[in-house]
Ligand binder design. Structure first.
Ligand code: AK7
Length: 273
């Protein structure tokens, strides 16, 4: 069912329900589109916040990027509207809420569940990278679950259209210096690093470099100071995948394609995709 893209939406089209969570600059509510009775999530953003932090361009970029993305593991942005003081994002409603909640409740996920989520994330990121989109802010808070437990990447508020568009526009790549090419590769590889962080967090219940002070976390990341607590039993294959993703040299991180073929994924993700 495709929302009519041309339609001008307004508050009159929706009945507002319970709050679903706190957004960055406002709140998210469950809402029902009156005519179709379709359930959506309405993200209410206050204009004075957007103006205060001068992030109008980011919000506009999210809308442009999101309207072109269609993937089972990417939360849909159906449209938006605004009134005098607020902007409303009309979003796909993820009935299962944030993965964060599930992780906090269970402590850590089974290898099977973790592998299914990592495979879904990898497929969604492969799709984004094909469209020259880098999310850059993949974290448990931005990962939602639909009514079937399917993972949905949400909140492209920090994503960018990568520069590769400009390369192709200028036609030849012959004159691009290696560091420029490396730089492009570097852009994409941030999401691969994050997959390693998430894989660790799904299996151990905490991110690998979490320590009290921000400074120490930064130091541990730069040293890739990684250890696997023996308190939680995790397979050697899972550790192998994490070690191939948490690599300082961005070009040396396992590619999205190679993640999908990794023994731990092949063995544990029963390919729900
Ligand atoms: N159960 C649920 N089912 C569906 N959704 C839920 N929560 C909303 C998840 C989001 C998806 N997309 C988002 N996008 C933004 O927030 N964008 C945004 C907002 C302000 C400023 C900016 C910017 F200016 F910084 F770009 C960008 S939030 C929940 Br809980």
């Amino acid at each position: 069912r495709e929302a009519n893209p041309k339609k001008q939406w307004s508050m009159q089209d929706f009945e507002i329900g319970k709050p679903l969570g706190k957004g960055k600059f406002g709140r998210v509510y469950l809402a029902r589109e009156v005519k179709s009775k379709y359930m959506v999530a309405l993200n209410v953003i206050f204009k004075e916040q957007i103006e205060k932090y001068k992030i109008q361009h980011q919000l506009r970029r999210e809308m442009e990027i999101q309207t072109n993305l269609r993937h089972p593991n990417i939360l849909r942005l159906y449209g938006w509207f605004h009134d005098a003081e607020r902007i409303f994002l009309i979003l796909e409603y993820a009935h299962g809420g944030e993965i964060y909640g599930k992780l906090r409740k269970t402590g850590h996920l089974s290898e099977n569940q973790a592998a299914i989520y990592i495979l879904s994330l990898t497929q969604a990121l492969a799709y984004c990278h094909e469209k020259d989109v880098i999310h850059r802010d993949i974290k448990p808070e931005n990962l939602l679950l639909d009514h079937e437990g399917q993972l949905k990447i949400a909140d492209f508020g920090w994503s960018v259209q990568s520069r590769s568009k400009r390369h192709t526009i200028c036609g030849t790549l012959d004159y691009i210096a290696p560091e420029m090419v490396e730089n492009k590769a570097h852009d994409y590889a941030v999401d691969n690093w994050t997959l390693g962080i998430l894989c660790y967090e799904f299996l151990y219940g905490v991110p690998p470099f979490e320590v009290e002070s921000q400074r120490d976390t930064f130091r541990r990341i730069m040293k890739v100071d990684l250890s696997f607590p023996s308190t939680t039993c995790v397979s050697a294959e899972a550790k192998d995948l994490i070690l191939r993703l948490l690599v300082k040299a961005s070009s040396k991180r396992l590619s999205l394609q190679k993640i999908m073929e990794h023994p731990w994924i092949v063995k544990n993700a029963d390919h729900m995709g």
